[in-house]
Design a protein around this ligand. Structure first.
Ligand code: HAM
Length: 406
């Protein structure tokens, strides 16, 4: 690395000047208010964890993107690429004192060593909302309603975003019917998640490697060609997919009824191409898309029935999602919804008599009464002070003059 490079911010990271911080704070404020509207409580974990927490259950893709290191005590650690394993660890540690269902949220800073590009960075923030300790589909429906609540609160409209939903359980039933085991199914999920990003031959090859021969691939496309619930039900009644597949279709349809009851149906649609790259999902999966020209994922999540148990806890089911700040901010900016605000103090005190001590004392008195106040630290010409006052966005100007009549 040249000396010049070390003076730049590392690839995939951002510098937050005060104006960017104000935008970020607006995003976090809306996120927090929406979480609280749905009764979620905030939590946090450490920014680095034992490497094994992620290598155990998150899946190959995220593991290949880890920033990991050995500390001075020889421990293998990783900067967190996601929060869900940490959440599982925290809930497991609560043991029987956990009062299910928990509604928890967090806004962690995450780290992924991936190719930095538009919408994808190596360091970003991600709102996480999770409901742990219930199998009720109302949990999925509440999360979707919370997503709608926050995106609409930012000022976005129905045609700006869409929540696309599918079911890993439904897909798992199809793949089990085609003779695939756990490991092979996970490989298929990984391949399907990458389908849009790789050439068709590469994709076919990935499916073959996962154990799906030509004839099975055709069966699988019959599933993916279904456009709606009636076609899915027809498929369920006509083939070897069986009763378990039928019940997973019914489960997903039930979720759509619940979403309707929460008045959010217009934002949610069935999309069987949603698979999700992470390995731990077992039920409903969903992604939120920016419907602008980029069609990128703002958020993604799903139900994980086994994660807590696989990390040493009781068999407790959870469901949640992560919403990154990068794609969201791009979308908000493109719609003029990023809430860019000026800094705003209540008072700026201009010093007409070069008496900084008196100005400072007045500022302090006003602050003690709860006002936001600033002044020029080194006095100077009035013109300079007024331009500084303007920059500060102060709502009122006070002038400190002399009390002597003159
Ligand atoms: P994920 O799909 O890996 O899921 O990430 C969710 C969202 O985080 C993405 O849709 C995207 O907006 C944002 N995101 C991911 N990677 C990056 C990146 N490199 N740069 C900027 N934004 C990014 C998870 O992380 C799951 N743990 C979410 C979850 C919570 N599932 C259940 N609970």
């Amino acid at each position: 690395m040249s000396n010049k490079d070390s003076l730049q911010s590392p690839k995939g990271t951002r510098d937050f000047y005060p104006n960017s911080m104000r935008v970020q704070r607006h995003i976090f404020d809306v996120w927090r208010r929406s979480c609280e509207a749905f009764g979620f409580q905030e939590f946090e974990g450490p920014t680095f964890e034992h490497l094994e927490l992620f290598t155990k259950k998150s899946g190959d893709e995220i593991v290949s993107q880890l920033y990991n290191f050995e500390d001075k005590g020889g421990r293998q650690l990783a900067l967190r690429p996601e929060l869900t394993p940490t959440l599982a660890r925290l809930v497991n540690q609560l043991g029987s004192s956990a009062k299910f269902p928990l509604r928890w949220f967090a806004i962690p800073r995450l780290f992924r060593y991936e190719r930095a590009q538009r919408g994808r960075l190596r360091e970003f923030y991600q709102l996480n909302m999770d409901i742990v300790g219930t199998e009720s589909l109302w949990a999925e429906a509440e999360l979707m309603a919370a997503i709608v609540h926050m995106l609409v609160s930012f000022g976005l409209k129905e045609n700006d975003f869409s929540i696309r939903v599918s079911s890993r359980r439904m897909l798992a039933e199809v793949l089990t019917g085609l003779g695939l085991d756990d490991l092979q199914r996970n490989k298929v999920y990984g391949a399907l998640d990458k389908k849009a990003k790789v050439a068709p031959e590469v994709f076919d090859n990935m499916l073959r490697e996962a154990g799906l021969q030509e004839s099975s691939q055709q069966e699988l496309s019959r599933f993916f060609n279904c456009q709606n619930f009636s076609e899915l039900k027809q498929l369920a009644s006509s083939t070897f997919f069986g009763a378990a597949f039928e019940s997973s279709v019914a489960e997903l349809e039930d979720l759509f009824n619940k979403v309707s009851a929460l008045n959010c149906k217009q934002y949610v649609s069935l999309d069987l191409s949603i698979v999700r790259g992470l390995a731990y999902y077992t039920g409903v999966v969903f992604e939120v898309y920016d419907l602008g020209e980029n069609m990128r994922a703002i958020a993604g999540g799903g139900r994980y029935d086994k994660l807590l148990e696989n990390l040493g806890g009781k068999p407790v089911s959870g469901v949640g999602f992560g919403m990154g700040d990068v794609v969201l901010q791009d979308l908000l900016e493109s719609k003029n919804c990023s809430g860019e605000r000026k800094p705003s103090a209540d008072f700026f005190i201009a010093d007409l008599v070069n008496n900084t001590e008196a100005v400072a004392a007045l500022a302090q008195r006003l602050r003690q009464k709860g006002h936001q106040v600033l002044f020029s630290l080194d006095g100077g010409k009035l013109k300079k002070q007024l331009s500084f006052a303007d920059e500060s966005g102060a709502k009122k100007l006070l002038f400190m003059g002399s009390d002597r009549a003159g």
